[in-house]
Design a protein around this ligand. Structure first.
Ligand code: GLU
Length: 556
């Protein structure tokens, strides 16, 4: 390759020559001499990540494959133009640097992040493998019963199971029946709450609906002490929110408005309406009518509310249909504070989403809400169709769908999947407090970042006796046996500085007890040399115990 730096290393004190005026970088691109500016150099670095120089070429399919590996789909609306350009090329077409620049230019930040491995889940294929494993294991669970309060729901094939994710960077994965439509039912409620908030603001909305878990059934005939529905995610509160969405519009326009919002949340994917579900919802809605009249009697509705219209609007919203694949993108729009990751469209204000997620965290899972907040620790909303929308704020949206429900009305497989999810990843709201005590992974970290930076940070923390930092690094997957350039491990450093708490912790975590550094030293010789008696005793005891175990592996 003929790229060269001009070698301008003149310091400011040196006399400037004519040569200083030569642009800093000259190279040849596609055989032609060119001047490379800063942006070109950035593109050059990207191009080189495909293992070739700027006068070389890369294959079209390599570029596609690189994007797909990161979870960026070819139908991603952000890549429309890029994909169009690439598709116009022959399959075996080689892309030159200039073409590459042109292609990337159409969506430089996404492509740059993807190629450099800087999307929110950098090792996406690792996550795919974990999700596939969880999917296969959860699918075996066939307990629970399909909702039967209306015939339309009871006729759904109970075997179906879908898992779909979309990250805040638009990385996607779909497993199982992810393209089959189901009705949203109560999963429509958080969005209606957001719409009411956007239109009227928090103060007005909460003059008509509370924000406490009810502790009662989702459709129970009960109101709070102020005569208001307990929260927007149970039936009474959802009917109340519906009454506040564009009350001045014609019913058809109100419904269009909600449907259009779902269309935007899902990044333009298919969202439709299931008329048979709507018709049977309406015919079996005595309880919802009763709730409506009860609230009207308590004067809970905003002035001028048309009760019957509000109820019908509510049944229509429950009858909106979409797929897990689309629902995951809607969940991701909430995870990214109201912006759809695959279109960049801002649908809700961040504050609206914050309020919505707060209530999903405390009230989204029927009478399992407290238990879900305790054990899963993520905002979620389920519906009687077996749909479950889960939000990992700042990371991803997850849609689960499996029609068999448990006694509390939540999808059996949906709940089990969530349990497995937070066993493996540090997604529980409060996982940051137990870093170091659990073996959960943080999928936001890059493997190399974890390894190299991790070892450097670990050795530093060990030398300083910073146990909480060490616990945090351990939870992030940093190898506790990692050694620095001199072959010194965290145990060496903690031992030579006399940090007994750290030494004890490392021993308990099962690190190698006698690693040898480049001078032949072990943690025990370090401890003795520094006269750290307690540390030396801890190491001796651990070594003895290990020896005994080796002599008598059965432990008898
Ligand atoms: N359409 C149902 C009802 O109002 C709501 C179902 C649900 O909670 O998902 O009874």
């Amino acid at each position: 390759m003929s790229f060269q730096s001009d070698g301008l290393g003149a310091t400011s004190n040196e006399a400037r020559t004519e040569q200083d005026l030569v642009p800093p970088h000259i190279g040849t691109v596609d055989g032609q001499p060119v001047v490379l500016n800063g942006i070109d150099l950035e593109y050059q670095k990207l191009f080189q990540l495909f293992g070739c120089d700027i006068d070389g070429t890369i294959s079209r399919d390599d570029l596609f494959a690189r994007l797909q590996d990161c979870g960026i789909w070819v139908n991603d609306p952000r890549l429309l133009k890029t994909v169009e350009t690439l598709r116009a090329l022959e399959a075996n077409h080689r892309i030159t640097f200039s073409q590459f620049k042109e292609i990337c230019h159409q969506n430089s930040s996404l492509i740059k992040k993807a190629i450099q491995g800087n999307l929110i889940i950098p090792e996406f294929q690792e996550m795919v493998a974990v999700f596939q494993e969880m999917f296969t294991s959860v699918r075996k669970n066939t307990s629970g019963k399909v909702a039967n309060y209306i015939p339309q729901l009871s006729r759904v094939n109970p075997e179906q199971f879908a898992v779909s994710i979309c990250t805040v960077d638009g990385q996607r994965l779909s497993l199982g029946d992810a393209q089959v439509d189901f009705c949203l039912q109560s999963v429509s409620k958080p969005v209606n709450y957001c719409l009411a908030l956007e239109e009227h603001g928090e103060t007005h909305v909460h003059r008509h609906v509370g924000r406490e878990p009810s502790g009662r059934g989702f459709n129970e005939l009960t109101l709070n002490n102020d005569g208001l529905p307990h929260n927007p995610l149970i039936n009474s509160g959802a009917i109340m929110c519906c009454s506040m969405i564009k009350p001045g519009l014609e019913p058809a326009d109100r419904f269009d408005y909600v449907l259009n919002t779902w269309g935007r949340l899902t990044g333009g994917q298919r969202v439709s309406f299931n008329n048979p579900v709507y018709l049977s919802e309406r015919r079996t809605a005595d309880r919802n009518f009763a709730l409506g009249y009860f609230m009207r009697e308590k004067q809970a509705f905003p002035a001028g509310t048309d009760l019957i219209q509000s109820l019908e609007f509510y049944f229509q919203c429950c009858s909106i249909e979409t797929s897990a694949e689309a629902l995951a993108v809607a969940a991701a729009s909430l995870a990214s504070a109201g912006i759809c990751p695959i279109t960049g469209d801002r649908i809700f204000h961040a504050r609206t989403v914050q309020n919505c997620l707060s209530l999903m965290s405390s009230c989204g899972m029927y009478d399992f809400s407290g238990e879900f907040a305790f054990s899963i620790g993520l905002p979620a909303k389920s519906g009687v169709s077996g749909a479950l929308m889960v939000v990992v704020p700042g990371v991803m949206g997850i849609a689960l769908w499996s029609p068999r429900l448990d006694a509390l009305g939540n999808s059996v497989r949906g709940i089990e999947f969530c349990k497995q999810l937070v066993e493996r990843y540090n997604f529980h709201n409060f996982d940051s407090l137990t870093l170091g005590e659990n073996k959960k992974r943080d999928p936001r970290l890059k493997k190399n970042q974890t390894r190299i930076e991790g070892t450097v940070n670990l050795c530093w923390a060990a030398s300083q006796g910073d146990i909480s930092e060490i616990q945090k690094l351990a939870s992030l997957g940093v190898d506790l046996d990692g050694a620095d350039y001199d072959g010194r491990t965290a145990l060496h450093l903690a031992a030579s500085e006399g940090h007994d708490v750290v030494v004890k912790y490392l021993i308990e975590r099962g690190v190698h007890l006698s690693p040898i550094d480049r001078w032949g030293g072990t943690p025990l010789t370090d401890a003795r040399r520094g006269n750290h008696e307690l540390v030396a005793r801890l190491l001796e005891a651990a070594l003895q115990k290990k020896e005994l175990r080796m002599k008598n592996p059965s432990g008898g």
